[in-house]
Design a protein around this ligand. Sequence first.
Ligand code: NDP
Ligand code: MG
Length: 404
Amino acid sequence: MVIDIMVNDKIRKICILGSTGSIGTQTLEVIAEHSDLFEAYVLTAGSNADLLIRQAKQFRPQCVVIADESKYDYVREALKDEPIQVYAGADALCQVVQMGPVDIVLTALVGFSGLRPTISAIEAGKPIALANKETLVVAGELITRLCLEHKVPLLPVDSEHSAIFQSLMGEVSPIEKLILTASGGPFRTFTLDELQGVTPAQALKHPNWDMGAKITIDSASMMNKGFEVIEARWLFDVTPEKIQVVVHPQSILHSAVQFEDGAVKGQMGMPDMRVPIQLALSYPFRLRSSFPRIDWWDMKNLTFEKPDPEKFRCLQMAYEAIKMGGNAACIVNAANEVANLAFRQERCSFLRMADVIGETLQRMPHQEKPSLQDYLDCDSESRRMAEDIIKNTPRSIGLRSTEH
Ligand code: NDP
Ligand code: MG
């Protein structure tokens, strides 16, 4: 289907879930660079009404959705002279993804909020360009099964998974191992003691990537890499033992595949999300781009290290969640969303985030084969539990740095 669209020279109409975020705005840059091939057909925001309005005036989509219903009148009033439909609320997200003319849904919502709209898009047979990894973390088994049932392609946007996808192009032989690279984040060289007192401001400064706040914190704790292990498990149907995380601080090798003859194929490039975004929209073709190129004389050294399991317990927890299966990863994701936000609001220390996730996972009942409703219930219950754990943590344990 995707191939037909390009061959027929038809403009691809894109629905961007989360157009006001880091991935969403970069997707619009790609669309602007290739306005002869792509059209922003649907734009959606959580609550950033002003940016959504500016984007709507510039890209003139068919419709926009503001998830925060209290902003509906404001957006509608601002766009009253434009031929653009305005909707509000979470349910509207599930409806717009199904609009007949939409060719691809790019999911760039953050966290669990992406699950229902993604399922809705799959049920309508829309190809998915997947940035919102939490959807696969929470319900990978359900999502991949639905994609097979509805014959829907799931195209990775996450740079590592796009790199693996690119390394697999043209290959028919089995995978021996996936090499998932990680920058190691801003705290790669910190000792455990130094990690005790790190602040949200320090964690929000990622060395190589400019991303939304939630994923930047997940990168600092390496929960993001844990989620990417789960994402890879579902996207490429490999067992966790075959996924090796390798810290590569320069973020030039975006990930690689090792085959059974020992050959390793990887994809390299500057750290720029517009490259995987563009490929997910144009697949199977590569389009020209003006994005920065590698300057080989600048590449003094590319280094590779083992991740430290003591410092980055979240990574290990993701492997455990895959082994446990069922609702385990859903619990880890929900507890992480709560702990991540609490850390940003200075209600939970950096290292305490892993404790909160681990304790929630221990206390929540395990379910082997959850339905969609079970995932929704499990998510809410895990959030409540994680909040309780944070509230009941003595501040001296939870927030060492602000105690005095
Ligand atoms: P941002 O926080 O920058 O953007 C999130 C987008 O989703 C915004 O448009 C936001 O709207 C919207 N949104 C947030 N919550 C809701 C909600 N409850 N209902 C509806 N809309 C909502 O995130 P990123 O762009 O960084 O990340 C998006 C996804 O892509 C994440 O899953 C992340 O893990 C993944 N990803 C991101 C990468 C990156 O480089 N940024 C790299 C690889 C993957 P508003 O602006 O109004 O708040
Ligand atoms: Mg990534």
